[in-house]
Structures are given as C-alpha cells and as structure tokens.
Unconditional design. Structure first.
Length: 155
C-alpha cells in the first residue's frame, strides 16, 4: 500500500521550523501498518499548491495531509481537498474529530475533511505533532479495509 503524507505549513515549507507532524504520522503508520510504502512532501498554505501536490501523488492509495485545517485565515487544506476529491467521506473526518474531542475540546475547531478521487483516499489530519500522531493511530487499522473497498473487493 502506498501512502503519501503532505504537510501543509508556510513556516515548515520556508524552513522556519522543522516539520514534526509529517514525520510523526510516518513513524506511527510504519509502526502500525506493515509493508507500506511512504512518501512525504511539504507545501505552503496555498490552495492551488495543495491541489497540485495532491495531483502529484495520484498513485498513492491514501494521501494524508497534516496542517491547515483550523479556522485561521490561511488554513485552506479542507477547501483544497474538496476541490481535488470527487466524493466526500464525512464519516472518517467525523470519527477522527469525535475521538480527538475525548483528548481536547480544541478539536471542535477542526475543519478537516476526507474524501476520494477515483480509488484514492484523502484525509486531513491536524497540524500539531501530538494530534497528528493520535489521528494517524486511529486511521491505521482502517487503511487496508479502505483500499479493498475502493477496489470493489467488499467486506
């Protein structure tokens, strides 16, 4: 299974600080999902550049973004994800938000979404390292089943 992790952050893209949430997601998935192939990229908080990055990784079964999901003016990851995807999967975003609310009330500020384009999944995770790791661990057991469902292999 091929997974791409895209960090959306102006400051990480410019090298102002190190990307910590992307590597945290990657580490979590490697620990919990054997045999995966991972790629990672960092892009700034620009809708068109996020969509371009999603398109560049069209061979991945899953694209997991981190960052840009809050209410700040430059947080546009959900809008980019909706522009890229053919179908929304609100259950995935709702599940991650509901479980995150058990950890912090600040999860209410998440505008993260999830969707599909053809046979590919795109899921937005929060930008904080702790929240990204937490959500990646929630998502990990669902990845293989999601790929089978997208291929029409059923339950």
């Amino acid at each position: 299974m091929k997974i791409t992790v895209i960090t959306v952050s102006d400051r990480a893209f410019k090298g102002v600080y190190a990307d910590r949430s992307g590597p945290a997601i990657e580490e979590t998935l490697r620990d919990l999902v054997p045999g995966i192939e991972l790629e990672r990229e960092i892009v700034p908080d620009e809708r068109d550049l996020i969509v371009d990055a999603l398109q560049r990784h069209s061979s991945a079964e899953w694209i997991i973004t981190t960052g840009g999901t809050g209410p700040a003016p430059r947080d546009v990851t959900p809008e980019a994800t909706r522009a890229f995807c053919d179908r929304e999967l609100p259950g995935i975003a709702d599940y991650l938000r509901t479980e995150s609310l058990k950890e912090t009330p600040y999860a209410l500020f998440s505008r993260a979404t999830a969707g599909m384009r053809s046979f590919q999944y795109v899921v937005n995770l929060p930008g904080s390292e702790k929240a990204a790791r937490f959500c990646a661990a929630l998502l990990a057991p669902l990845l293989d089943h999601g790929v089978k469902m997208a291929r029409g292999e059923g339950h």
